[in-house]
Design a protein around this ligand. Structure first.
Ligand code: GTP
Ligand code: MG
Length: 350
């Protein structure tokens, strides 16, 4: 399946049907009177977040979403039929943006979450509606309300618990393949990964989702390499796993490069909980490993982990460290939910 995380879409709700002007006329029947029905309601354009979808690729093939118009009212007191809604099905984690690509209309983070993007017009009243004691033969009916047309952007920010960071070739995809069910492409050239991959990882009977994104390089925030476009996908992560290639001669500089790009990206990405690990330890000897680990720890000011995605050494420790941060986030979310009363409506309040 192809991956697409940004799509421009044109939507139009249904116009309301017009009310009808009609009078009952039948041979041999006196006192006909007005009998024009109301117009039907136009359909809404609705967006719905659904599970089991992690790309917006469908929106490359269909960009226009028009709801049905309401039908006009008719004589003999018949109302027009309502127009059908149209539903855009998007992956969980999709933000709907205004045409300016900045203003967020809605952020769909829960499966099943729905939002009406543009409402269908109401149908107009037929002349039957205007009948009163003082006006028994009204010759007026309302037109239906017009449709609403707008251009929107869909931007997918995948929902993963942990995000992988690192320079190209740091071994991110190898790590994902070694620890999860995902089978990303792996090769010894930079930018093997061109779009994010998700994998489900399990450790100590806990499961979480990890995202592998394309490597960052210096200047990524200015668009160098594949840029920071994909950092959006780790924005929602509880923790970032930063992998540093142990075979590199410049491990501290490699570390700094990534941190600088995170800082330039903004938000609070640089302050997000982070696990830092020296990777590919199978490929270097003990002395070299000790020196590089020490250099890094000295620079960062805290211990780092060591692993190899190929020999699997240290994998469990790294996963546990990541899982601990995910659990920490989950616990905090639970507390804040209880505090805001989401879980116990009507509960006792001091
Ligand atoms: N010796 C050794 N090689 C590794 C290890 N992990 C990855 N590699 C090799 O490093 C190269 C790059 O690995 P990838 O997993 O594709 O690296 P990546 O970080 O996903 O790279 P991009 O997708 O280009 O950003 C491949 O040739 C891997 O076989 C490891 O733990 N030990
Ligand atoms: Mg990769």
């Amino acid at each position: 399946m192809k991956f697409l995380d940004l799509a421009k879409v044109y939507i139009k709700s249904g116009a309301g049907g017009n009310g009808c002007i009609s009078f009952r006329r039948e041979a041999h029947t006196e006192y006909g009177g007005p009998d024009g029905g109301n117009g039907g309601r136009g359909g809404d354009v609705v967006v719905e977040a659904i599970d089991n979808l992690n790309t917006l690729i469908d929106f490359r093939y269909q960009q226009h979403f028009f709801a049905q118009n309401g039908r006009s009212g008719m004589g003999k007191q018949r109302s027009g039929a309502d127009g059908q809604d149209i539903v855009l099905k998007v992956p969980v984690g999709t933000e709907i943006l205004e045409e300016d690509q900045e203003t967020v209309i809605v952020d769909l983070t829960e499966p099943g979450q729905r939002f009406v993007l543009s409402q269908g017009g109401n149908g107009g009243f037929g002349n039957l509606h205007f009948k009163s004691s003082t006006n028994q033969a009204p010759r007026r009916a309302n037109p239906g309300q017009p449709f609403v047309e707008r251009t929107i952007w869909l931007r997918l920010k995948l929902i993963a618990d942990a995000g992988l960071l690192g320079l190209p070739n740091a071994g991110k995809s190898t790590f994902l393949a070694a620890t999860s069910n995902a089978r990303p492409k792996i090769a010894d050239y930079p930018f093997t990964t061109l779009h994010p991959n998700l994998g489900v990882v399990g450790v100590d009977n806990k499961e979480f989702v990890i995202a592998d994104i394309p490597g960052l390089i210096e200047g990524a925030s200015e668009g160098v390499g594949l840029g920071v476009r994909f950092l959006g996908h780790v924005e929602r992560c509880a923790v970032l796993l930063h992998l540093i290639d142990g075979t590199s001669e410049t491990v501290v500089d490699d570390y700094k490069t990534i941190i600088q790009e995170l800082e330039k990206y903004g938000g609070d990405l640089a302050n997000r909980p982070r696990v830092t690990a020296l990777n590919k330890i199978d490929a270097i000897d003990e002395t070299e490993l000790a020196i590089k680990a020490h250099e890094l720890e000295l620079h960062i000011g805290s211990p780092i982990l060591q692993l190899s995605g190929v020999s699997r050494a240290g994998l469990t420790d790294v996963l546990r460290a990541v899982a601990a941060e995910v659990e920490h986030r989950d616990a905090l979310e639970k507390i804040s939910k209880t505090d805001s009363g989401d879980e116990e409506p009507g509960g006792w309040r001091p």
